[in-house]
Ligand binder design. Structure first.
Ligand SMILES: [Fe+2]
Ligand SMILES: [Fe+2]
Length: 283
């Protein structure tokens, strides 16, 4: 059993963000691109999180290290509470005229079929890769304010809370993977597979949202999308090197030390596990 690198407890927190059904359609800076890039993730997240949870379940009984055992349970708890909050967000999207539940149902079916075709090791490697990508996106969201600046506060808080917990548990699946003695090449194949699947599903969701808004065939919408993702704001561009760090044989999630982000949140949450957390998250 390899050494667990971060000994902290992974806590499950149930926070309700109370996002209203009258949420403005373009809740993020009145921008369809900046809104739908988040909505597309919200439409995928519960199915993806379920896929992650089912990948660690077969190994739970084999874990002998008490810290890792707790962390894996905490990981399951956190991912399942994320799933519930994103499903709430999906209800709001439904009210706005999109069809997220239909998309979600299809995603769950596809992912069940997909995961049953994978070996348990590859399924775990897939989750490990997804955890890395989620952790680097989370770091960007919390350190580069422009992505959620002036967004509707409750929705921004939901995303920031998710980002904090993703950083909180970012090494759990990695430590589990290491403890099982699984190797570098399986980890690489998992990342390539996950990158492909994630992009296809996110693009399908994004197109669904754009189509409902009559934007699907508007070149200006797609130029703006490219600019925001790859141009000067560069949501994807800014994550490129962090993404590549995964391919190093010496990679470990905590080599990027951003513990400070979760510590401040934990202190605020301990003081008041309700609305003040939302205020805190929006600062
Ligand atoms: Fe999550
Ligand atoms: Fe996660």
């Amino acid at each position: 059993m390899s050494k667990i690198t971060h000994q902290h407890n992974i806590e499950t927190r149930r926070i309700r963000f109370g996002i209203n059904f009258d949420l403005p359609k373009y809740w993020n800076q009145n921008c369809p691109v900046k809104t739908h890039m988040f909505n597309a993730v919200a439409m995928l997240a519960p199915a993806f999180e379920r896929l992650a949870i089912t990948s660690v379940l077969p190994y739970q009984a084999q874990i002998t290290d008490a810290v890792l055992k707790q962390q894996v349970q905490g990981f399951i708890g956190q991912e399942s509470s994320h799933g519930s909050e994103f499903i709430r967000m999906q209800s709001v999207l439904k009210k706005q005229g999109y069809d997220p539940r239909q998309v979600e149902k299809k995603n769950v079916k596809r992912f069940v079929a997909f995961s049953s075709a994978l070996s348990p090791e590859m399924h775990l490697s897939f989750t490990l890769a997804a955890e890395h990508v989620t952790a680097i996106i989370s770091d960007l969201l919390l350190t580069d304010k422009q992505w959620l600046e002036n967004a509707e506060p409750k929705v921004a808080a939901l995303w920031r809370w998710h980002a904090i917990e993703e950083i909180d548990h970012k090494a759990v699946v990695f430590d589990l993977y290491q403890s099982l003695g699984l190797g570098y090449w399986t980890r690489m194949k998992g990342m390539l597979r996950m990158t492909f699947v994630l992009n296809v599903f996110l693009m399908a969701n994004y197109c669904h949202l754009a189509k409902k808004d009559g934007l699907l065939y508007k070149p200006s919408f797609w130029f703006k999308t490219l600019w925001i993702l790859w141009g000067k704001p560069g949501f994807v561009r800014k994550q490129f090197w962090a993404y590549l760090s995964y391919f190093s044989p010496k990679f470990h999630p905590w080599k990027k030390n951003n513990h400070n982000l979760i510590e401040a949140f934990k202190r605020a949450f301990a003081r008041d596990p309700n609305l003040n957390v939302i205020d805190f998250l929006n600062k």
